[in-house]
Design a protein around this ligand. Structure first.
Ligand code: NCD
Length: 305
């Protein structure tokens, strides 16, 4: 179903695609746990093209490909590539597609992954395009909810933080609008969800918005925390004003519904205090770990034989 397809937006995936990815990810997770060797991708090369900083996304894609027995070529820093000589993204992609079987790209500009896919005959995966989308993070987020809480339907998800620039939030909300869930959006006013994202989901989701978190905690099944996206601010004073405007500490974590989980796409700066890390509710490191089996599933479904 996914063979040779590019994944630019989470909307590119039908519900059956997502379910199939999760079924495959469960198998990958089992293979990882039992140490079973995998050769699914032994003749294939994955290229990572990263024009923005990344730790988890790039390394988990690369780890996933290596675990599948495939190989990886990587541009982790555009400063050391021909981009610094003035090469366009289109030209770079034209070359990289001839060196590889699947391309994973992250870029500071919204729409860059879509553009890359137009110049590539090989499938392109969007690993973050500016404030646009980050569809594979959403797959990991949904997979985490499913593994840790059994199902997505019927849950109340409270998303707190930078809803304006946070691309993981935009993709997550788009995906959640297919499920029967309640969503609470909490942010400083200046970091509210962009209108176009709100309009896309409001008819399909039960959405509440507020600048205060506390009233939602007792009903929350999933608290999804995000970082203020410092790099997107044109006015650094604006960012400075927002530093520390919300924080999850042991107090907030203790007020959340019993059995609830706290997630975060990471990296964390100061929005979750370290005393939450060892609480049973904290699932953000596990969530990052699930990045490997989910990306293994995706790579093998798109580029496998
Ligand atoms: C996120 C991103 O790059 O959008 N990180 C990630 O891929 N896990 C979140 C962030 O940078 O805040």
């Amino acid at each position: 179903m996914l063979k040779n397809r590019s994944i630019i937006s989470i909307a590119d995936l039908a519900e059956e695609d997502i379910n199939e990815i999760f079924t495959q990810a469960d198998k990958m997770l089992e293979n990882l746990n039992t140490g079973q060797k995998m050769n699914d991708m032994s003749s294939k090369i994955l290229a990572t093209l990263f024009y923005e900083p990344s730790t988890r996304t790039r390394l988990s894609f690369e780890s996933a490909m290596e675990r599948l027995g495939g190989s990886v070529i990587s541009m982790a820093d555009s400063k050391t590539s021909s981009t610094s000589k003035g090469e366009t993204l289109a030209d770079t992609v034209r070359i990289v597609e001839s060196y590889s079987d699947i391309i994973v790209i992250r870029h500071p500009l919204e729409g860059a992954a879509l553009l890359a896919s137009k110049f590539s005959s090989k499938p392109v995966i969007n690993a973050g395009d500016g404030s646009g989308e980050h569809p594979t993070q959403t797959l990991i987020d949904l997979y985490t909810i499913r593994r840790e809480l059994g199902s997505i339907d019927g849950k109340t998800i409270t998303i707190i933080g930078d809803l304006k620039y946070g691309r993981t939030v935009h993709s997550l909300l788009s995906a959640l609008s297919r499920y029967n869930v309640t969503v609470n959006l909490v942010s400083p006013e200046s970091l509210a969800l962009p209108k176009h994202v709100y309009n896309e989901v409001k008819g399909q989701l039960n959405v509440n918005t507020s600048s205060s978190l506390e009233k939602f905690l007792a009903d929350t099944d999933i608290l999804y925390v995000t970082r203020i996206q410092k790099e997107r601010f044109t006015d650094k004073n604006e960012y400075a004003k927002l530093i520390g405007s919300y924080k999850i500490t042991g107090r907030e974590a203790g007020m959340i519904k019993r059995g609830a989980i706290i997630m975060h796409p990471l990296p964390r700066v100061d929005e979750i205090s370290p005393d939450v890390d060892n609480m049973k509710t904290a699932k953000y490191f596990k969530q990052a770990y699930y990045g490997v089996p989910v990306r293994m599933a995706l790579i093998s479904m798109i580029a496998g034989d």
